[in-house]
Design a protein around this ligand. Structure first.
Ligand code: TXA
Ligand code: MG
Length: 311
């Protein structure tokens, strides 16, 4: 244990968070997607602490969160297509991957020629980043490969003792990480599905698959993973098995978590990580996840479930 981790509400916590950022320290902050672990994005020493606290490999680049749209142009070379996306979806759960400028530390981009940038809509995050007045690098506030936190309590479970402060802004609205998009002359490439759906993006250009040479976020097949083995499939009960249910009843299961009683994909997304955590803590042998329909937000939910199931 290196730190005694304090949890503060938005009121008294904001100035403490800004002081920590200014002195090169770390602070966990709420965003509208998941909680992030923030550091001064232009201070390589501060960013190094993020990798250390998360046990994150240095090969995995960080998302930079800007205080304003003007900062986007200072950090990256912005095409008209990318600018249109920022104008429409920011502040909000969309991350743009763009050619970087010199100012961005190599540690943040993991040595790549691109940088991932987003502008959070969360009022507490905005207050912190606007008062700080500089961009904040923030990956999800979990240990590497694990389930992203959607409450301050989840952050404590992941990083308690490793960071000095968690700002508690309540549960995250979306509950899934931002959509990551790269724009090029062919159109929009979704590198990670998220709250901004392919259907919504289609209004801004043809939506393509991944791009050769650009590693998919996380880079690894296994991510967002509980410790208990998770399988996706048909709902058949077996002994000491938990169910992550979309619409099935839970007869015969040791433990059931319902993503949404009304089959609402938004509600399901917001509940996903909390439900996975509760099942993971229930001492089960296996977690069975019932597939959700792959439209709209369902695409992002299934992407997370597949990564959680990969071993
Ligand atoms: O909603 C979110 O995006 C949250 C909140 C805290 O903002 N952040 C988040 O960060 O999910 P993280 O680090 O857990 O996931 C970001 C992903 C990583 O898997 C990384 O590989 C990818 O974004 N990434 C970062 N920079 C990239 C780049 N230049 N090119 C391609 N992928 C990149
Ligand atoms: Mg993450």
């Amino acid at each position: 244990m290196k730190f005694e981790t304090h949890v503060a509400g938005a009121g008294e916590g904001v100035s403490a968070a800004v002081s920590l950022l200014a002195s090169g320290g770390l602070v966990a902050l709420p965003t509208e997607t998941v909680y992030g672990l923030g550091a001064d994005a232009l201070n390589p020493g501060a960013c190094a602490r993020i990798f250390e606290a998360k046990d994150r490999p240095l090969s995995d680049p960080l998302i930079v969160h800007v205080p304003s749209r003007e900062w986007l142009e200072r950090l990256a070379v912005v095409s008209d297509g990318a600018r249109r996306l920022a104008e429409h979806f920011w502040p909000g759960p969309l991350t743009l991957v763009l050619p970087r400028r010199e100012i961005v530390p190599d540690l943040v981009t993991a040595g790549q020629e691109t940088v991932a940038v987003r502008m959070s809509a969360h009022p507490v995050f905005r207050q912190v980043v606007e008062t700080f007045g500089r961009p904040v690098a923030a990956p999800s506030a979990n240990r590497f490969g694990r389930i992203s936190p959607t409450t301050a309590a989840h952050v404590l479970a992941e990083l308690g003792g490793r960071i000095p402060l968690v700002l508690d802004g309540g549960p995250c609205t979306h509950g899934l990480e931002s959509t990551i998009v790269l724009v090029d002359t062919e159109g929009l490439h979704i590198l990670r599905s998220g709250p901004v759906t392919a259907e919504e993006l289609a209004a801004f250009g043809p939506v393509r698959g991944s791009v050769a040479g650009i590693s998919a976020p996380g880079g690894l097949a296994s991510h967002y993973a509980p410790r208990t083995p998770l399988v996706i499939g048909e709902v058949v009960a077996r002994e000491n098995c938990g169910l992550l249910s979309w619409q099935a009843g839970g007869d015969g299961f040791a433990r059931v978590e319902y993503l949404s009683r009304t089959q609402d994909l938004r509600e399901a997304a917001a509940n996903l990580y909390g439900a996975m955590r509760r099942l993971d803590e229930a001492g089960l042998e296996v977690i069975l996840a019932e597939p959700v329909p792959e439209t709209g937000l369902g695409t992002a939910i299934m992407e997370r479930l597949r990564k959680a199931a990969a071993r």
